[in-house]
Design a protein around this ligand. Structure first.
Ligand code: EPZ
Length: 416
């Protein structure tokens, strides 16, 4: 998708069905490497990153079959080693999960340093700390991360930084290690729980996922299983914010409301009417909204992946908001594009001061990363006139059928 063209001003109304969670689907697809049996993974979002990871799994020898939309059979029986140094690795961040899964099954893995959104420094020192604590040697040779272990033994690992990726990678490697591993200061995101639930469904023994202390009891082997990925709380939050930006009235369906608590709380603080049902949330704007401050934190704090979309919403909300991005040091690149639309935002390092303006104006802008691109959609939907969002391929990495879903909600949107 090259560009998205949006004519602002339509109020979004209606219901949108949320897809499976990208950031759970990707590690779960890789975790199938831990078993020699077939797995069936359902509720996968049909997005570019899932396609790319399917290609990666096939490249290393897996058989991957699309059974129906959103369901894949992944057979990793014939994989003999987990070594992938192709540039394909650079297309996403999640390719680094091959390190933990490869170590777990083959006691060896080699992966080109991963890519992913350009949202700041994205080191992997905590992943390496965990692998070495389990008995692996890790070296980075010409941009290739090489892990090797004669044997993996359980250990106690304290993460210096709360890291989703490191928590998941270490969990995967420890699943087939000898003995017990304890990860302290672990990330608590819902997708960590989803990956742990998948591994346990295959016969693993992971206790405490979702808390900051996770215990992994090593097992001999895993068997195959059928598993359905949790709904994407970031996609859901994105549509909620788009609904608010247009002063609309929308329902996001197939969600777990608890996973959206930080977003719901902030929208309510702004004066948005948010009603939670069993598996859906309704968002209605009945009055003038007020500005709020945002500080991103690991779950259950306000998610960094929602920061950019909220900043776009706040750029047209009366008052002044202070947004503090504590997770990534380069996640305000989209602000320059918002300023082209008339936003009044001052960025200083990890802090953005947003003075809400009466109107944003449609113009030509460029997506710099996945959520920054979605933030431009938020702005475009509420802007006066037509906005052309270039480099829209960033957006399709993480949002399934976003044009159709927004058309169904009444947006004036098309692919350019
Ligand atoms: C995952 O990235 C997500 N990506 C990101 O979503 C998300 O923003 C992030 O978690 C935080 O929730 C996927 O799941 C594919 P981290 P990840 O390791 O695992 C530092 C999106 O838009 N850190 O939790 O790379 C790091 O620099 C994407 O869907 C270390 O210092 O994030 C950052 O400051 C964007 N050393 C913080 O921890 C390490 O070894 C959190 O990073 C690892 C991380």
């Amino acid at each position: 998708m090259k560009k998205i063209i949006i004519k602002g001003g339509n109020k979004l109304r209606g219901t949108v069905n949320i897809s499976g969670f990208k950031n759970a689907a990707l590690p779960i697809m890789v975790a199938t490497i831990l078993t020699k049996d077939k797995c069936i993974i359902e509720n996968l979002p049909m997005i570019r990153d899932v396609d790319c990871l399917k290609e990666i799994l096939i490249k290393i020898g897996a058989k991957v079959k699309l059974i129906e939309k959103g369901a894949m059979e992944i057979d990793t029986t014939n994989i003999e080693k987990c070594k992938l140094t192709d540039d394909i690795n650079r297309k996403m961040r999640a390719s680094y999960y091959l390190l933990g899964a490869g170590l777990g099954r083959f006691k060896e893995s080699e992966v080109l340093y991963p890519g992913g959104c350009d949202i700041g420094v994205r080191p992997i020192d905590q992943h390496i700390k965990g692998f070495e604590a389990l008995g692996a040697t890790v070296e980075i040779d010409h941009g290739i991360i090489k892990c090797k272990a004669d044997k993996l033994r359980g250990n106690r690992i304290y993460l210096d930084v709360v890291s989703v990726g490191a928590t998941i990678n270490i969990m995967m490697a420890a699943t087939l290690a000898e003995g017990i591993t304890i990860i302290e200061n672990a990330a608590r995101e819902p997708h960590i729980v989803d990956v742990a639930n998948f591994i346990n469904a295959c016969g693993g023994k992971i206790i405490g996922a979702g808390t900051d202390i996770i215990k992994i009891v090593g097992v001999e082997r895993l068997k195959g299983c059928n598993y359905s990925v949790i709904p994407d709380q970031i996609e859901a939050g994105s549509y909620m914010i788009m609904g608010v930006a247009t002063e609309g009235d929308i329902i996001v369906n197939n969600v777990i409301p608890k996973h959206l608590e930080p977003v719901t709380a902030k929208l309510r603080e702004m004066g948005v009417e948010v009603t939670e049902y069993g598996e859906s949330i309704r968002v209605t704007v009945n009055k003038k909204l007020r500005s709020v401050d945002i500080k991103t934190l690991p779950y259950p704090g306000f998610p960094t992946d929602m920061q950019q979309l909220m900043s776009a919403l706040l750029s047209k909300t009366k008052g002044t908001s202070v947004v503090t991005e504590t997770i990534f040091d380069g996640r305000f690149k989209f602000v320059d594009e918002l300023k082209r639309m008339g936003a009044n935002i001052l960025v200083d390092g990890r802090i953005a001061v947003i003075k809400g303006v009466e109107n944003l104006m449609g113009t030509r802008v460029e997506a710099k990363d996945l959520r920054g691109g979605a933030a431009l959609i938020v702005a475009a939907l509420s802007a006066n006139g037509v906005t052309e969002i270039n480099k829209a391929y960033h957006i399709e990495r993480g949002y399934e059928d976003i044009i159709d879903k927004l058309l169904n909600l009444g947006a004036d949107i098309k692919e350019g």
